[in-house]
Design a protein around this ligand. Structure first.
Ligand SMILES: Nc1ncnc2c1ncn2[C@@H]1O[C@H](COP(=O)(O)OP(=O)(O)OP(=O)(O)O)[C@@H](O)[C@H]1O
Ligand SMILES: [Mg+2]
Length: 294
């Protein structure tokens, strides 16, 4: 894709591409941000970090943090690692997208989701349609009501929640399923009260198989018992059997589409497949970069 080419060609040397990757993986940069930084860097012949700060995309401490990661030295900054700015529910509470998420939250609560439906899988047909973005920010707005909310990454194909919350992915859901960790190790607290995160954990050799195990069903049952609400991030529905399996292990599904990207045919097909199963459809979210609605 374009992005890989940009990283290799225009970010000078290993250093530039590493810092870009570190920041992308941490969720501090979007692909679009990266393109803008690289463009300015090329034009002005300045360092990657300088360009990012000049554009107002990153703060100096974000750059210092990424550099410390890159060279594996402890960051000189004593502040906590910055939580991703993708968590708009935290950083931009009055943004219209967050208002929309709050109304989605109310809709789910009025439909009894707060009580009866305790686990929600966020699903969309393809990659890059905002499942992680919606799941994470929705979890934040639920937690802000004081509900004990657990955000779970079951996207073993491309896990990203650990990056958003700056936590290690050395133990997580996969470790719990295969009983290689205890809850206290795998489930992480966050700086947001009432919100905990279970990252994916190490990638299993065969994610679909792992998801089909009784141990996975049991794990989700235990997670529901321990929380008021469990929100689950999933991989693209149309690519593998994973998302359908996760959906069938959840109490309800929120079907997400990204305006201008998700094809109507793919959306329709996903919806039909879900409806044909015993899965409970809670609603759909039209995710827009500038707003979203239920
Ligand atoms: N409403 C939005 N406003 C701004 N940025 C958004 C919005 N929705 C998604 N994005 C951005 O789009 C990119 C892709 O979103 P995300 O990672 O959530 O997609 P995904 O469906 O989880 O993809 P995958 O299937 O690969 O896991 C991310 O950089 C995310 O921050
Ligand atoms: Mg995702």
């Amino acid at each position: 894709m374009h992005l890989a080419a940009i990283r290799e060609n225009t970010v000078p040397g290993i250093q530039g591409s590493d810092i870009g990757n570190i920041l992308l993986n941490a969720g501090l940069l979007t692909d679009e941000d990266l393109k803008r930084i690289v463009a300015l860097q090329g034009k002005e012949e300045i360092l990657f970090g300088e360009a990012a700060v000049a554009l107002g995309i990153l703060r100096e401490e974000d750059v210092r943090w990424a550099l410390s990661r890159q060279y594996s030295y402890p960051s000189v900054n004593t502040e906590e690692e910055p939580i991703s700015k993708e968590l708009i529910a935290l950083h931009e509470p009055s943004d219209p997208r967050v208002e929309s998420l709050r109304s989605i939250r109310s809709g789910l609560m009025f439909s009894g989701a707060g009580n009866i439906v305790k686990s929600i899988a966020v699903v969309s047909p393809e990659e890059g349609e905002g499942k992680t973005f919606v799941a994470a920010n929705l979890a934040v707005v639920f937690a802000q009501l004081g509900m004990r909310t657990l955000l779970v990454d079951l996207n073993f194909r491309g896990p990203r929640l650990h990056g958003l919350f700056r936590i290690k992915n050395n133990t997580g859901a996969s470790s719990l399923i295969i009983k290689r960790a205890i809850f206290e190790q795998a489930v992480r607290t966050t700086s947001i009260e009432s919100l905990t995160v279970l990252p994916s954990g190490p990638k299993p050799p065969n994610p679909s198989e792992l998801l089909s195990w009784q141990d996975t069903r049991e794990l989700l049952g235990t997670l529901k018992e321990r929380n008021d609400l469990v929100i689950i991030d999933t991989p693209a529905f149309s690519r593998t059997a994973d998302a359908m399996m996760i959906a069938s292990l959840s109490d309800g599904v929120l079907l997400t589409a990204l305006k201008g990207k998700t094809r109507l045919s793919a959306f329709g097909q996903t919806k039909r497949q879900l409806e044909a199963s015993s899965v409970r459809m809670l609603g759909s979210v039209v995710n827009e970069i500038r707003g979203m609605k239920k």
